[in-house]
Design a protein around this ligand. Structure first.
Ligand code: 1GP
Length: 223
């Protein structure tokens, strides 16, 4: 994961043809993350995972609902939404999951992501009851993720909207150990390159379902 530059995020609640899935999995991206905000079920995660696992690219599950947790992934990403107003989304769900599954959890496979959700129009912003952060807030969340919680990942999530390159630059200058993930609105080579200058890893989602060729060019931008 330390060498990752680019990942694709596939939404189990969206349809993808075999041919497109094949180009995405064989694109040279560093990993496929399966994750979404709504309509995530055991069945649709299972079906998509089974298809992705036919390829050699690492496949990770970003856990958003306990009902869709299953074995067999190369790793599990556990979000903690730092700018949520509700404890439930920061440590609550995770606490419940540990109470229920601790005996089965292989902690070596778990990677915690400190999320900061930046787009107040995104589904995840409402779903996780987020509070819109100022620039100062974002910088403090980044420090908190790295220095207080020692999270391996700080994730600036603009989901559905291309974010502020200058802010990504500032956050990246703040972080030393914690990897900066950027996701949101990347639809072209140039946008991918602009964010990749500062983010350790860029996450590309939505464009896969609108224009696969454009999605593939975002991988080239990270080479
Ligand atoms: C979503 O950060 C990812 O969780 C990617 O965002 O879907 O806007 O590319 P997009």
């Amino acid at each position: 994961m330390n060498e990752w530059r680019h990942v694709f995020k596939l939404d189990p609640n969206k349809l993808i043809e075999n041919e497109d899935l094949s180009s995405i999995c064989e694109s040279g991206t560093d990993a496929i993350i399966i994750g979404g905000t709504d309509g995530v079920t055991f069945d649709n995660v299972y079906d998509l995972a089974e298809r992705v696992q036919q390829y050699t690219v690492p496949c990770l599950l970003e856990v958003s609902t306990m009902e869709a947790i299953m074995p067999g992934f190369d790793g599990y990403l556990i979000p903690s939404v730092l700018n949520s107003k509700e404890k439930h989304f920061v440590t609550g769900i995770q606490h419940e999951a540990i109470k229920e599954y601790n005996d089965w959890i292989d902690w070596n496979q778990m990677v915690v992501e400190g999320y900061c959700v930046m787009n107040d129009q995104a589904k995840v912003f409402k779903a996780a009851e987020c509070e819109f952060p100022t620039q100062e807030d974002v910088m403090a969340y980044a420090v908190m993720a790295e220095q207080m919680f020692r999270f391996p990942i700080f994730y600036l999530e603009y989901s559905g909207m291309f974010g502020d390159v200058e802010l990504v630059k500032q956050v990246s200058s703040q972080l030393e150990q914690t990897a900066l993930f950027y996701g949101g609105g990347i639809e072209s080579y140039d946008q991918a390159a602009a964010m990749k200058q500062y983010a350790d890893v860029i996450v590309v989602g939505n464009i896969i379902y609108k224009d696969v060729q454009a999605a593939l060019r975002t991988v080239e931008a990270c080479r």
